[in-house]
Write a protein that binds this ligand. Structure first.
Ligand SMILES: [Zn+2]
Length: 326
C-alpha cells in the first residue's frame, strides 16, 4: 500500500471519527475547572496515593486512601464530581476511580474526603493533587463536504441515538464492579491515540475521544474488565456498539463491531468476548475504537490499561466458558 493510500485511509477514518464526535455531540464541552486558590488541609489520619503518579488532563486516576482506623464509609469530591470508594475487608484501604477531562487546566486541585469511623466519628481530609499538561497531537486535514451533511432520515436516527445515549449515560452505578487491572480488548497495534486534535477543512475541529486498534473484521473483542452491559445495539455513527458499566462511574465503549455477543443487563467477566470487530457505522475501514468514560468525561484508555489495580479479576477464559477467582 502506498503512503498516499495509507494517508487517504487514515483521513477517511479520521473523518468518520470527526462525524462521530461532532454530530453525536460527544465533543466534550465541559466547563473549565478552576484550580483551588488556597490550601486548607484538615488533619485526619488518612493518607492518599494515586496512579498514575504523573497525572495529566485527559487521564483517569485511581485514588488509594489508607486509614489507621477502620472506616464504615468514605466519599470524595473531585473536580465537581463525587468519587465513589470501595473498601477492602477491614475498611482501612479504600479505592476510588476518577479522572480529569482534556479541558482541565493544569494546576493543583483538591480531593476532598469525608469518612465515618467505626466509632461514628466524622473525619474530613483534603489533599491537593497536581494535574500536569498532557501532550496530545494535532492534525490538519481536508475532507469532502458531503460527509458533514447527513440526510433527514439519517438526522432522525442520529437524534434517536442521542436520546438513547443520554438516557444510558445518565445512569450511574456507585458500586465497584471492576476487579484487578484492565486488560487490552484485542492484541493488536494501536492505529490512533486518544486526544488527537483534528482540524478539518480549516474550520471543523474535533478531538479523538478514544483509542483505535488496527484489527481486521472478525477479531474477537474482549471486555477490558468485569462489568454490566449498559448498551448493546446498532447506532448510526458508532455502528454495532457495546457499553460496559464497571461501577464507580466508569464505562468502556466498543464501536464499529460486526457482531455483538452480549445483551443489555448481562454481567460480563474480564476477557469475555463481547463482540467481533468490524467497520460498522461511520467507519470506512475495520478497526476497533475503544473509549473510556467517567461521569461524562472521556479519558485516555491507554492510561487506564497501564494502571496496576487491586483485586483478582473474575476471568472468563476464551473458549472455555469457565470462570476462575473472584
Ligand atoms: Zn477511534
Amino acid at each position: 500500500m502506498s503512503v498516499l493510500t495509507k494517508l487517504q485511509l487514515r483521513l477517511r477514518r479520521n473523518l468518520a471519527i470527526l462525524l462521530l464526535s461532532v454530530l453525536a455531540g460527544t465533543v466534550s464541552l465541559g466547563a473549565f475547572e478552576t484550580p483551588v486558590a488556597t490550601s486548607n488541609v484538615k488533619t485526619a489520619d488518612l493518607s492518599v496515593h494515586w496512579q498514575p503518579t504523573i497525572f495529566v488532563n485527559g487521564s483517569p486516576i485511581i485514588f488509594r486512601v489508607t486509614s489507621s482506623q477502620r472506616l464504615t464509609s468514605l466519599s470524595g469530591k473531585w473536580l465537581g464530581h463525587e468519587v465513589f470508594f470501595a473498601a477492602d475487608s477491614n475498611g482501612k484501604v479504600w479505592y476510588g476511580f476518577a479522572g480529569a477531562s482534556l479541558e482541565t487546566r493544569p494546576g493543583k486541585y483538591a480531593l476532598e474526603l469525608n469518612g465515618m469511623t467505626s466509632s461514628n466519628k466524622e473525619i474530613s481530609f483534603q489533599r491537593r493533587i497536581t494535574i500536569g499538561k498532557g501532550h496530545y497531537h494535532s492534525i490538519v486535514a481536508s475532507v469532502p463536504k458531503q460527509y458533514t451533511e447527513p440526510n433527514p432520515e439519517q438526522l432522525q436516527k442520529i437524534a434517536e441515538d442521542k436520546t438513547l445515549k443520554e438516557h444510558a449515560f445518565a445512569q450511574l452505578t456507585p458500586e465497584q464492579e471492576w476487579a484487578g487491572s484492565f486488560r487490552p480488548p484485542v492484541k493488536a497495534q494501536i492505529s490512533d491515540v486518544f486526544g488527537t486534535k483534528r482540524t478539518f477543512n480549516g474550520k471543523v475541529q474535533s478531538v479523538h475521544q478514544g483509542l483505535d486498534y488496527a484489527v481486521p473484521e472478525g477479531t474477537p473483542v474482549a471486555a477490558v474488565n468485569a462489568g454490566t452491559v449498559l448498551l448493546s445495539r446498532s447506532l448510526f455513527f458508532e455502528g454495532n456498539c457495546v457499553v460496559l458499566d464497571h461501577g464507580q462511574g466508569l464505562l468502556t465503549l466498543y464501536m464499529h463491531l460486526s457482531k455483538i455477543e452480549v445483551k443489555e443487563g448481562e454481567h460480563v467477566a474480564t476477557g469475555q468476548t463481547i463482540g467481533v470487530s468490524g467497520g460498522t457505522g461511520r467507519a470506512t475501514g475495520p478497526h476497533l475504537h475503544v473509549a473510556v468514560r467517567w461521569q461524562g468525561v472521556y479519558l485516555n484508555p491507554a492510561t487506564l490499561l497501564s494502571l496496576d489495580l487491586p483485586g483478582t479479576p473474575a476471568v472468563r477464559l476464551v473458549g472455555s466458558g469457565t470462570r476462575t477467582g473472584r
